[in-house]
Design a protein around this ligand. Structure first.
Ligand code: PCD
Length: 792
């Protein structure tokens, strides 16, 4: 193409115009360093905000002195919790119906909590002035262990809540306790396993930040921010600040990775808004790495007990899960209201199990709030890890090959739509076929033979399998809302007189390539090349309302909206074409970007001619001018992508270092819009998964000091730690999505940690090891090999 970006690779899987391995449109700017991120934006007269954070995990604030900071020559504003309280702005709602302090008033409840802010002429002065603020704390004992958080003598963290006398956050259950007890009573074999999914952090490359710009004349507030959900944030800002919603514009420009970290509202955003309203100037707040790692939403932090019951020949009868969930000081999770435990309810995984029951107790601790869906549809990562570890434990107990045990229990293709024992309706899948493809690529039988030979020589080779089901595309309005807002997405399409198009989305990309794939979706439906379709997103003034990008919902929800809005435009184009060709609309056939007269294919009009006519020619009676439409799509169900992963590791018997030698990932996300992007998503997710399995953990000492405040302590995987990924795919379209597509963005993060852990435990089989908790660092693996349990 003229601009040097080819519209499609030749190997576009034989698909017509819209599909295929088209290069990413957005990379034109990204690979030239021309991305525009929040922190790149400079506004005239802009001021800089810095936040003072608590050094203690739990303490009463007894004295605050800001005089010296206010006297700093470059400081324009200093605000404390008391100042915000005077304006009724000290507390904000969270996305899970809790409240969180914007700036602490009475107590600090986690290390790194926001206590005061300074606005100055430059970033350095703002930081310097933080040092001039004097605060006296009266230290209180900290609650850091979920197992003791509900003890009667545990200090109560949420004294802000009327009548609160303990640290209970919520209790939740799903499944059938009685039927599960019966299944266990009838079983030949029962296996119990305790396991921990450690606290991890999404750690996006770009930290969080915002610029708030309040125009006192227009009374309009513009916020450029790192948000994955601009419309949702706009509604919350309106409720918090009192600025009416139609006077608020949220712009989410290029984002350097989100991974769930950028879904919640953070105090920093609200501090910037407050400061801008008070000062009438644009105010920028940009977090540093330590602030991001210690105070923004973490993920996981589940202490789980599993019990699995089966017959001697490997038929799984029952599964029981007891979860202690650490939600930190405030429940800052973003989750559909009816699902306080996220989608953990899918913990029966890919198996047809007779009975299942889960009981979850969530508690508050003196840790940063969160529990977000880090590359995971609302706690599915935890659920998949749980069931895939339990099935492996059972296989070891029965002395059955883990693949064979899975085969005996997988949901069969003819059982779809399949209702799980906890009430989820899986839409489609062919699990045996996906698993067979993974086994084929891996050469599973050869691998087992190789393992036997190596074991005989004292080498520690492990093979781990995981077969997973994801549940993405939240969600059906009847069932799912966040903060009372139904999870439907709008989409708008305009075709201009020259036949070029603009599609406006309510979702917001953070790197996954929406500017390309949504153009491809529209192209496929209307016959305009993707290069001629502009994708507009991330600006509430320019896009229809919708719930944002997380839980791999963009393709299942907004992707469907894009298909339907294009079909709506096409329906109108048919009426116009019928007028142009002087036939009845029903006499027209659509194909390859044009309407043809049935039986007389020489008579046709292409979409570009129809567009021109829509704005200029005479139209049939009752048809108004222009060529555009808008829809709001409410999904009928979630989509359920699935996959089968095989990981091969070598453990060094001398150092206990785990090396991931091979990783085979076969994914099924239904119809693939852009296979290249799909593979890229899988590569990224697998890297994340290996990181969680082997090195990532946010830990705390007994005083609540966060021990992972930098990337020196919180290790992220790089190309060095991961193998060349071997990917494959099967295609089982979703029956209710208009083009059969399911999500893919999170599948690999969800499916890979158990494959890696299963492989390491398999490698350590000669030592009698049955389980070891993530992250499987050399010291933890060494402890396991030496028969010592890992520290909690
Ligand atoms: N696709 C295709 N086909 C299919 C599917 C899909 O092609 N079938 C593609 C699309 O279009 C896009 C992608 O792929 O582009 C993805 O998608 P999805 O799955 O739908 O998803 P989304 O919604 O879009 O996104 C989200 C996700 C998530 S969720 C996460 S975590 C991550 C992922 O995404 N993040 C990220 N990926 C990524 N990438 C990047 N680069 N960056 C980032 O940040 Mo969450 O909940 O938030 O935690």
């Amino acid at each position: 193409a003229a601009d040097g970006v080819p519209t499609a690779f030749p190997d576009n899987d034989g698909k017509p115009v819209g599909h295929g391995r088209m290069l990413r449109k957005e990379d034109r700017r990204f690979i030239r360093g021309r991305g525009r991120f929040v922190d790149d934006r400079q506004l005239p007269g802009m001021l800089y905000l810095a936040i003072l954070r608590s050094p203690l995990a739990h303490a009463r604030i007894t004295r605050v002195d800001t005089l010296a900071a206010e006297a700093h020559p470059k400081v324009k504003l200093v605000m404390t919790g008391a100042d915000l309280a005077a304006r009724n702005l000290a507390w904000m709602p969270t996305l899970s119906h809790d409240v969180q302090a914007v700036l602490a008033t009475d107590k600090v409840r986690f290390q790194g909590q926001e206590v005061a802010f300074v606005v100055a002429e430059d970033r350095y002065s703002a930081r310097d002035a933080l040092e001039l603020i004097d605060i006296d704390y009266e230290e209180l004992p900290a609650v850091v262990d979920v197992r003791t958080a509900l003890a009667s003598d545990a200090p109560v963290i949420r004294t802000d809540l009327e009548g609160k006398a303990d640290n209970l956050c919520f209790e939740w259950e799903t499944g059938d306790a009685v039927a599960t007890d019966a299944a266990f009573a009838a079983a030949d074999v029962v296996v119990l396993q305790d396991m921990v999914y450690p606290r991890v952090h999404p750690a996006p490359l770009e930290t969080c930040g915002a610029i708030a710009d309040y125009d006192a004349i227009d009374e309009k507030l513009t916020i450029w921010s790192t948000t994955q959900a601009p419309h949702l944030h706009r509604t919350l800002y309106a409720l918090f600040s009192g600025v009416p919603e139609h006077k608020i514009r949220v712009v989410s420009p290029d984002i350097g990775g989100g991974f769930g970290n950028k879904v919640p509202i953070y105090p920093g955003y609200l501090c910037a808004i407050t400061a801008s309203v008070v000062l009438g100037k644009p105010v920028k707040w940009t977090e540093d790495r330590s602030e991001n790692l210690t105070s923004t939403a973490f993920a996981r932090d589940y202490v789980m007990r599993g019990e699995i019951a089966a017959t001697r020949d490997g038929r799984i009868l029952g599964l029981r899960s007891t979860v202690l969930a650490d939600h930190g000081a405030f429940n800052g999770m973003a989750t559909p209201t009816k699902y306080p435990g996220g989608f953990y309810g899918v913990f029966t995984g890919s198996y047809d199990i007779e009975a299942a029951y889960c009981r979850m107790t969530a508690v508050h601790t003196n840790k940063a709030p969160g529990g977000v869906a880090y590359a995971c549809s609302f706690r599915i990562t935890e659920a998949v890890y749980f069931v895939e570890r339990m099935v492996d434990r059972l296989a070891a107990e029965l002395d059955l090959d883990p693949v064979e045990l899975r085969r005996r229990n997988l949901i069969r293709p003819d059982q779809f739509p399949y209702r799980t024992r906890t009430g989820w309706v899986y839409d489609s899948g062919d699990y045996p076929a996906t698993l067979a493809e993974a086994l084929r690529i891996a050469g599973y039988d050869d691998l087992r033979r190789e393992q036997a030979q190596r074991r005989a020589r004292g080498e520690l080779m492990g093979i781990g399998v995981s077969v997973f089901t994801e549940a993405v595309g939240a969600g059906p309005r009847a069932d799912m809302d966040i903060f009372g807002l139904g999870m439907a997405d709008g989409c708008e399409l305009r075709i201009h007189p020259t036949g070029k198009a603009v599609v406006r989305l309510s979702v917001q990309t953070q790197g996954q390539g929406h500017e390309t794939t949504f153009a491809q979706i529209v192209a496929e439906e209307i016959g305009i090349p993707p290069a001629d379709i502009e994708v507009v997103h991330g600006d509430t003034d320019q896009t229809p309302f919708g719930m944002g990008t997380y839980g791999s919902r963009s393709t299942p929800v907004s992707g469907a909206a894009a298909v339907l809005v294009t079909r709506k435009v096409r329906d109108k184009a048919r009426l116009i074409a019928a007028g142009m060709l002087e036939v009845a609309p029903t006499d027209l056939e659509w194909g390859r970007g044009a309407f043809r007269v049935a039986g007389d294919p020489a008579k046709s009009v292409a979409i570009a001619e129809i567009a021109r006519h829509a704005y200029g020619g005479s139209l049939p009676p009752g048809v108004d001018g222009g060529l555009e439409a808008q829809v709001t799509y409410d999904p009928a169900n979630l989509t359920f992508p699935n996959g089968a992963y095989i990981c091969v590791v070598d453990v060094d018997p001398g150092t206990a270092v785990v090396k991931v030698r091979r990783f085979v990932a076969v994914d099924d996300c239904g119809t693939r819009i852009n296979p290249m992007i799909v593979e890229g998503q899988v590569h990224g997710g697998l890297t994340d998964g290996v990181g969680m399995a082997l090195m990532e953990m946010i830990s705390f000492d007994e005083e609540g000091n966060c021990l992972g405040a930098s990337l020196m302590d919180y290790l992220l995987p790089t190309a060095v730690e991961v193998p060349d990924w071997e990917t494959g795919y099967t295609v089982t379209p979703s029956p209710h999505h208009p083009i059969g597509a399911k999500g893919i963005g999170e599948s690999a993060t969800v499916g890979s940690p158990p494959a890696v852990v299963n492989a390491v435990v398999d490698a350590l089989k000669p030592f009698g090891v049955r389980h070891a908790d993530m992250p499987l660092t050399p010291s933890r693996v060494w402890d396991a090999m030496s028969g010592r349990a890992a520290p909690p």
